[in-house]
Each structure stands twice: as structure tokens, then as C-alpha cells.
Write a protein that binds this ligand. Sequence first.
Ligand code: GLY
Length: 352
Amino acid sequence: MKTIQSATYPVHFNDKAYSKLSNFIATQNYSSVFVLVDDNTMDCCYPRFMQNFVCNLPLEVIQIDAGEVFKNIETCVGVWNAMTELGADRKSLLITLGGGVITDLGGFVAATFKRGIDFINIPTTLLSMVDASVGGKTGIDLGVLKNQIGVFANPEMVLIDPEYLHTLSAREIRSGTAEIIKYGLTHDINLFNKIKDNNNLNIVDLIHRSIEIKNEVVLKDPKEKNLRKVLNFGHTIGHGIESYFLENPEKENLTHGEAITIGMVCESFISSKLLGFSAEKVEEIKHTVLSIYGKIEILPDDFEPIISLLKHDKKNVGGNVNFVLLKDYEDFQLNCEASTDTIVKSLNYYLT
Ligand code: GLY
């Protein structure tokens, strides 16, 4: 599988990626290596990583609790303290081994520790392989508000080892599939069709194509001045729903992918109202999403607090809710605004 070159770092695939990693470290002047894991990846992924990783430097493992609720500043303080106690210096390397929480939080910890040390991402979930580990966004949540604190910082390398996917539940795989659907709708409808038809699904090919698309976008607009906003298709409403479910313990526990598929259905509906996106295509998207993810229960009483959370979205400027909408498959428009009434209609559309 061909290496993808981003601005300053390569994304290597499969087993050969480990020799690239070991060779890279051998050519650098690192003093020590720290591996950041969570409870799950310590058990399920770290043994495979150590079987494949060749390195003569001192190596320490730092383990954090697994879960989005730990993607916060307290966890960062714990990791910074652990690194300090274990003697990390400015020539230490941090390897993040985990899902989006580990790669986002680990990147942020590295980018801020002693004003910045190198880090390498080894995503172990489909979601982090196709999204979080690539593109230089690092960060943590602020309360229930997702990714509110962070910096842009590129890893030195990203290593994609699809073997780690065997450690995931079907639900976690579906969560990552949502981001692949997003790339399909905005950039390459073949990706969407393959998932819709459940046909000829080669997961490594889907990951490779998804990263290629993300990389093309990020190379053109690394700091999300404009074009990169397209990667947030489905995420404006999706993040509102995700945050709302996270802060209400009586609500079921939603994955990121489940939330953003609802967002993609709603934002496709809004696209049809505001930009004339085909109603048949909106139906096709809704049907595909419901067939894979089922219908998540959202009550009419939930609408108002969800919409109020949308207003905290980082893409908003001046209090208006900012959307990426579809004019057609593979054709989008950035910086669209929708009224509260249209957003409510889109939630009702999802539910009917
Ligand atoms: N997850 C969206 C981005 O990286 O821009």
C-alpha cells in the first residue's frame, strides 16, 4: 500500500510501516521514547506494537483511562507529570497508540510539553485512522464541548496498521465508517456507494482513499481558513447531538460516528432546502444511514438544547451557525447559514 506524503510527514501502511518507524527513530537524536496508551490499547494493541517495534532507546509507557470523558486538561496534567517524573526532555519522542482521544490528547500533550516535542501517531481505531491521526489537529474537550482547546501540530509520522482493527467491536467499526461516508458524499461517491451496497469492501483501500482525500484538503488549507471546513460536513449538528448525549447520562451512549451520521442526514436535508440538493439523494443518504446505524431516539424536548450547543461550534463566527452543505454528491458549499426553524425541520426529517 502506497505511502501518503503529507506536508511534513509520511503516512505509512501495513507491516512495512514498523521498519519505517524504527529506521526513522534510528536516524533521529531522540533521548527516550514514551508510548501513550489507554486501558484498552495497553491490553489489545501494545503487545503487537512491541513485537514489531525495534528501538534501543529507553522506553516508558504512560497509561490513561479510556474514554472521551477523560479527554480533558486533568488527563493532560497527569501525562505531563508522568513524563516529568520519568525524565522526559526536549529530545524525547511521544508515540500515541490508540483511538482519537489518545492521538488528539497525546498530540496536544507533546505539542505543549517543554514548548513542543516530536510525536508519532499510531491510530488503532478506524475513526482515528481515517480522521484524527492525520491533519495536525490536536486537542481536548472543555466540559462537554468537544475539541475546544488545542493547537495545530503535525506528527513526525503516522503508522496505519489495520491489524489493530481486529481489536474493535462492530459498533466501533461503524463509528469510523461514518467518516468514510462523509468523504464519499463530499469527494468520492464510490466510497459511499461501496458502503451503501456493502459491496467489495476492502477496508485498507477505504482507509487509504479516505486519508488521500483528507490529505489533499489539509495540504490546501492546513489551518482551516476555508476549504478544510468541508471535513466538518455532518459535524455541526453531529457535534451538538454528541455533546448533548454526553452531558445527559440518561441518554444512551452515542459514538462519534453515530452522532455525525445523524448530522449528515440533517445537513443533507438542509442542503435540499437551501441549495436544491436532490431530495432523492437525501432519501438515499437517510436510508443508508438508518440501515447501518438504526434510528437514534431524539425527543422534541431535546431539540432546543441541541441547537443551543450548535452555537458553540468552532466554525461559527458572530453567533451564526455555520454549515457545509451539499449542492450535489462531490460538490459542496462552505459557510452556509440555516435558520433554527430549518434545523428543527431537519431533525424532524431524521426522525420521521
Ligand atoms: N476532523 C476534521 C478535520 O480534521 O479537519
